[in-house]
Design a protein around this ligand. Sequence first.
Ligand SMILES: [Zn+2]
Length: 173
Amino acid sequence: MSSSSSSSLSNTRSQTVGIPTTCWCGSKLTTYGAQTKENLFRRFYRCKLGIHRKTEHHLFKWVDEAIVEEVNMVDAKHNQLKEDVDSFKIYTTQHLEKQAIQFDKALIQLNSLIVDKDTSSGTNENSTIATKDTVQSPNQPSDANNSRAQLINIAVAAIAVGTMAWIYAKITN
Ligand SMILES: [Zn+2]
């Protein structure tokens, strides 16, 4: 916390962070070269009024200091953005993994239901595979099972649509 220069205007400085665009009086800022021995030709921001009315308090800021502040601000924003993207990646990956597991489960159930139906209708060449698969589920082919399979389909589709909508909302934010 050491003041960098012995400017008489130091009490009015550091009230804006980064590169200033307008003075407190509302005037546009211009850059000027300092004429003092300490800071010869060092650029600073000042409005036209401030240059002419030296007793009034108008914005004063060294250009190099303003640029350093601006770069720091951009860095901070960049880091924040990176953190956001990283956490978004982690969340999306976890979310998609969960979806994939649910989808696999639904597919297995659906598959077993289809195999059940095939075995009940009698005409099948791959009965050995069918019986192997049907061991997993209770062997009760019915309309209830069919509607359940349809519900699973709808649920999977809804989850997929929800995921896409969520990703889209997150990206466009
Ligand atoms: Zn001004």
